[in-house]
Design a binder for this molecule. Structure first.
Ligand SMILES: Nc1ncnc2c1ncn2[C@@H]1O[C@H](COP(=O)(O)OP(=O)(O)O)[C@@H](O)[C@H]1O
Ligand SMILES: [Mg+2]
Length: 293
């Protein structure tokens, strides 16, 4: 009868944290099966938005619907790969046990899922091409390998929506490309809707259907060509932003001209954003406007 419900539907949404407005007046729809990059400077609200979709942050006003229902905690149709996951690195668990930690009724450290659960873990590992990795302890895995295991963990329960929060952080360009390609192929193969957050747009170019840009307490959704322009981003951040396209890469710079960042300077650690890269025009601009929205 009617068109299918959008995967994500925000109406007049305001999100606040500790009295600060992180996002205001956000109304947007993301269609089922879309691959959307969530871009914005550090602190722009990417993680907060994902937590709101998970029902972990309640909107101060407006409504959030996910897969046709109001956002609520414990939605099994959402697979989530959170941003803070350094703790996994030191675990002596095997990759398989780690992925099995997401199987229903199963506790980390007590790897005894039933037969169906074990098949589900194997399936998730196969989907990310990590059957071999599953046999190794986590502390032996590289950053790129661990991201694949985390992605497998997010696929447990056969979600229809994947929220991947900065999966490229601390990966080198080669592994960044591999993670983007993997997320893209899962989207196509399983018909998933994917939200993929990043502070640099360039590794995602070519994979994205659309981009959701956050800044200054506001959101802009559209194709890369529609949204990533000096005009749109300057309005979003409330200060002058220049966008330069060069050799198939896009550089977003605060007015006054930052040096474009090169390949070699990426792959940084979380929290370490000394220079502004694509999608990270002045962090202070985002913070200031977000605070008074
Ligand atoms: N629990 C909290 N209370 C108050 N402010 C918070 C809290 N968590 C995050 N913030 C602030 O909310 C803003 C958005 O954060 P976040 O969603 O993590 O941004 P991003 O993921 O884009 O880096 C930041 O300015 C951050 O400092
Ligand atoms: Mg974040």
């Amino acid at each position: 009868m009617n068109a299918p419900a959008p995967a994500i539907d925000l109406r007049d949404v305001r999100l606040t944290l500790g009295g600060r407005t992180i996002l205001d007046d956000a109304s947007l729809e993301i269609g089922a099966g879309e691959f959307v990059g969530v871009l914005g400077a550090n602190g722009a609200g990417k993680t907060t938005l994902m937590r709101a979709l998970l029902g972990l942050v309640r909107p101060e006003r407006g409504s959030i619907r996910v897969l046709g229902r109001p956002a609520a905690r414990g939605n099994p149709a959402i697979g989530y790969m959170p941003q803070v996951r350094a703790a996994a690195a030191g675990l002596r668990l095997s990759g398989w046990d780690f992925v099995a930690g997401a199987v229903d009724g199963h506790r980390l450290g007590l790897p005894i899922p039933g037969r169906a659960g074990r098949a589900e873990v194997d399936r998730a590992l196969d989907l990310v091409g990590a059957r071999e990795l599953g046999r190794r302890p986590l502390f032996e895995t590289s950053g790129g390998e661990r991201q694949r295991l985390l992605l497998a963990q997010a696929l447990i329960g056969r979600p229809r929506l994947l929220l991947l929060d900065e999966p490229l952080i601390s990966l080198d360009p080669h592994h960044q490309r591999a993670v983007v390609a993997l997320a893209r192929s899962l989207q196509a193969e399983l018909g998933l809707t994917v939200l993929f957050s990043a502070h640099d747009l360039n590794p995602l170019l070519g994979a994205l259907d659309r981009v959701l840009y956050l800044g200054g307490g506001h959101a802009a959704l559209g194709t890369v060509d529609e949204v990533v322009t000096g005009h749109v981003l300057s309005r979003l951040y409330g200060s002058r932003i220049d966008v330069v396209r060069l050799d198939g890469r896009i550089f977003v710079m605060a007015g006054g001209g930052e040096e474009p960042r090169g390949e070699e300077s990426r792959g940084e650690e979380p929290g370490e954003h000394r220079r502004h890269d694509a999608a990270s025009p002045r962090q202070d601009a985002a913070a200031t406007r977000g605070g008074h929205a």
